[in-house]
Design a binder for this molecule. Structure first.
Ligand code: NAD
Length: 238
């Protein structure tokens, strides 16, 4: 039984991290065009650095921690091992901190930097600025967060498409289904004849493409679904 899970900003909402579709298309009061495109970085790198440094600092706040939904996915992975793959669009580190291992962060990570010149990636140890020097090529001015911005190619697509083409169950959690290519994953899973499930606070844009949907907060729906799956699995074994 192979399960692929896709998560979006909604799974981290109850941990205290804002989504953006729920804020009228604003991410922490900023327009996407101002902070999440390569053009925005070229136009106003200082604003982009300030925005992502603040998002990263938020992760260090003691009050921000993985919630019951992140933790339930770790329990599912413990049972399924390599038959489980978690794909996240999130750039926070809550899945990693919860203990997920088979995890592909397709939109990058707030914790990492990327040098625009030499493509070196590394962990961010202090806030990034236009003065940050790349530890690999030593050039200044090209350091950016390792985040996949709009109009850029997400990471791991080959692995993701291969996993979707061979999965038995595809579950989408806390994502509005607006951002492609992730919004198109359900169609690929359907083509592969997988059972498709949406767990979201409200019907997403892709809702009608899922065979099964449940509406409610992730901290309730995800542990519930995982528990029911484990119970059914145990019963099948006996
Ligand atoms: P989105 O903001 O577009 O949509 C969030 C979805 O989650 C909505 O459909 C909403 O109804 C649902 N939701 C809200 N609270 C929920 C809850 N408690 N339980 C279950 N569902 C809930 O998010 P997206 O589809 O992931 O796309 C946003 C893009 O912005 C992604 O590419 C992501 O990288 C980036 N982003 C990331 C973070 C993060 O890392 N935590 C936060 C904001 C934006």
């Amino acid at each position: 039984m192979k399960i692929v899970v896709l998560t979006g900003a909604g799974i981290s909402a109850e941990s205290g991290i804002s989504t953006f579709r729920d804020n009228n298309g604003l991410w922490e009061q900023h327009r996407i065009e101002d902070v999440a495109t390569p053009e925005a970085f070229q136009r106003n790198p200082k604003l982009v650095h300030t925005f992502y440094n603040a998002r990263r600092e938020q992760l260090d706040n003691q009050a921000i921690a993985p919630n019951a939904a992140h933790l339930a996915l770790v329990e599912l992975e413990k049972v399924l091992g390599d038959d489980f793959l978690l794909i996240t669009q999130n750039v926070d580190d809550l899945h990693q901190r919860a203990g997920s291992k088979n995890l592909l962060a397709m939109h990058g990570s707030l914790r990492e930097s990327l040098c625009s010149y030499c493509k070196h990636t590394g962990l961010v140890k202090s806030p990034l600025s236009t003065d940050t020097v790349c530890p690999a090529c030593t050039k200044k001015g090209g350091m950016r967060p390792n985040i996949v911005w709009f109009n850029e190619m997400p990471y791991y697509l080959e692995e993701i498409y291969a996993a979707l083409a061979s999965c038995d169950i595809f579950i989408s959690i806390g994502t509005s289904g607006n951002v492609y290519p992730a919004a198109g994953f359900v169609a690929i899973a359907n083509e592969a004849k997988a059972h498709t499930i949406e767990l979201n606070l409200e019907p997403s844009n892709q809702n009608s493409n899922f065979a099964e949907h449940h509406q409610g907060p992730a901290t309730k729906l995800v542990p519930q679904w995982v528990e029911a799956f484990m119970r059914d699995r145990m019963q099948l074994k006996h």
